[in-house]
Design a protein around this ligand. Structure first.
Ligand code: ADP
Ligand code: ASP
Ligand code: MG
Length: 420
């Protein structure tokens, strides 16, 4: 029997009416002859509420209990979806992660898949069940505890099931009708793409476009899953939405294909550090040990003059990290200073920054993208604090208050509203 994976995000299962609407879509695919694995998120807002309860109860919470609480949102939706399908005469059964079992690492709140054995679901399909409704975002560690995959993780659950069950397609139903040149909530000029290359979507996702979790795109690329994003609120058919696919399946070729933003960034500068071999490692080693995800890094290129107060050449080091890791980063630096591993005169934290990135595989063969990007930002009087580049993206850190303006200015500058 051909099999489809259909994933419904939080807003698509926000209440009983929406669950019924999603179930109708599932029923239609069953009537077309498919077995279906439905992956559900928690009802919209539920995961945030659960995270809030954990943080209020225990600010430095035990991550195992965080996962136990936060995974529960998906369990409710899975049961309700199975019941709704049964009411529509579709034979359906719900599955929590441990029942499948979805085996993951024990990195709580950031677990990764180890294996998804097919036996239990296959046996149910063989009994005549047409739909398996699986709670997204969660798994089971080898210690036998519930794990979660990180925010937005149901996308990754969907792709992992599509790979494990050799699904014909993995359809991600959400509250927008596809992947756009930028978040359609930031500019009405955002244009829906028919197709986007895995590499581009991977960059956009990792740079903040939360329409797909980064890891889901990685898995789809590795296992050649046909991944599609489409609307759960509109009538859809096999041509709806945006297909994430190999570069050579795409006709359109623009130098820049999308703009992403990440709101919750912070910038930390260590002033007047020694300029000698080993200093970077003495800074970033402790940050890594403290679990800080350092993103952009700049070291002042010009050596400061020899300073009487210091015994040699000095410089400054700036790095960025997610804003909710600032406290940990600060403590790691203060501890390293106290232990005599590093020396700095001052540590300045700026929590009001955002990262804006332009992405496109065309950048590999076209020069001038950076110049055009900086010119567009300068025309809006937006100051760039940090820059980083890779083969197919350029990112800048700017004041958060200019975030929307910067996205709009870059979308205009690269004429993304027009098709190639
Ligand atoms: P779900 O709850 O269905 O998983 P998410 O909120 O996680 O949905 O992701 C969908 C949201 O992603 C959209 O509502 C949109 O605001 C946002 N988004 C960000 N960048 C893009 C983009 N390039 N294209 C489409 N949506 C985007
Ligand atoms: N409910 C989880 C979250 O809000 C997982 C998901 O929706 O993908 O992050
Ligand atoms: Mg999501």
């Amino acid at each position: 029997m051909p099999l489809l994976v259909m994933k419904f995000g939080g807003t698509s299962v926000a209440d009983l009416d929406r669950i019924r609407n999603a179930a109708e879509k599932v029923k239609r695919e069953v009537e077309r002859g498919y077995d279906v694995i439905v992956i559900v998120s928690a009802m919209s807002g539920k995961t945030n509420e659960l995270v809030g309860w954990v943080e209020q109860t225990s600010p430095l919470y035990d991550a195992r209990e965080y996962d136990a609480v936060v995974a529960s949102g998906e369990n409710v939706t899975a049961g309700l979806m199975a019941l709704t399908l049964q009411e529509m005469d579709v034979p359906a059964r719900s599955w929590q992660g441990w029942q499948v079992p979805i085996n993951t690492t024990s990195a709580h709140a950031a677990a990764r898949f180890v294996s998804i054995p097919r036996e239990n679901l296959d046996a149910k399909f063989a009994e005549g069940f047409k739909v398996a409704v699986v709670a997204g975002f969660q798994g089971l560690s080898h210690e036998g505890r519930v794990t979660t995959l990180g925010r937005g993780g149901s996308d990754t659950t969907a792709v992992a099931f599509a790979a494990a069950f050799a699904a014909e397609r993995c359809d991600i139903y959400t509250d927008v009708d596809g992947i756009y040149t930028t978040d359609p909530r930031i500019t009405s000029k955002a244009r829906k793409l028919d197709r986007i290359a895995f590499e581009e979507m991977l960059e956009l996702a990792s740079l903040g476009a939360k329409v797909l979790q980064t890891r889901s795109v990685e898995l789809a690329m590795r296992y050649k899953v046909r991944l599609r994003v489409l609307s759960s609120f509109e009538d859809t058919d096999e041509n709806s939405g945006t297909l994430v696919c190999d570069e050579d399946e795409i006709m359109e070729s623009k130098v820049v294909s999308g703009v992403a933003y990440s709101r919750d960034e912070a910038k930390i500068t260590l002033f007047t550090i020694e300029d000698r071999p080993g200093v970077a490692s003495a800074i970033f080693g402790p940050l890594s040990d403290a679990g800080v995800n350092v993103d952009m890094i700049v070291q002042n290129i010009s050596e400061k003059d020899y300073d009487e107060a210091h015994s040699g050449a000095v410089t400054d080091m700036t790095f960025s990290c997610p804003v909710n890791q600032v406290a940990r980063a600060k403590k790691a630096m203060e501890d390293a200073m106290a232990a005599g591993e590093i020396k700095y005169d001052d540590l300045i934290i700026d929590t009001d920054v955002a990262k804006i990135s332009v992405v496109g595989i065309g950048m590999r063969s076209h020069a001038g993208v950076a110049a055009r990007m900086f010119e567009a930002l300068s025309a809006e009087n937006i100051n760039i604090k940090v820059i980083s580049t890779s083969e197919i993206k350029i990112s800048v850190l700017i004041d958060r208050k200019y975030m929307e303006l910067a996205v709009q200015a870059l979308h205009d500058a690269f004429e993304l509203e027009k098709a190639a």
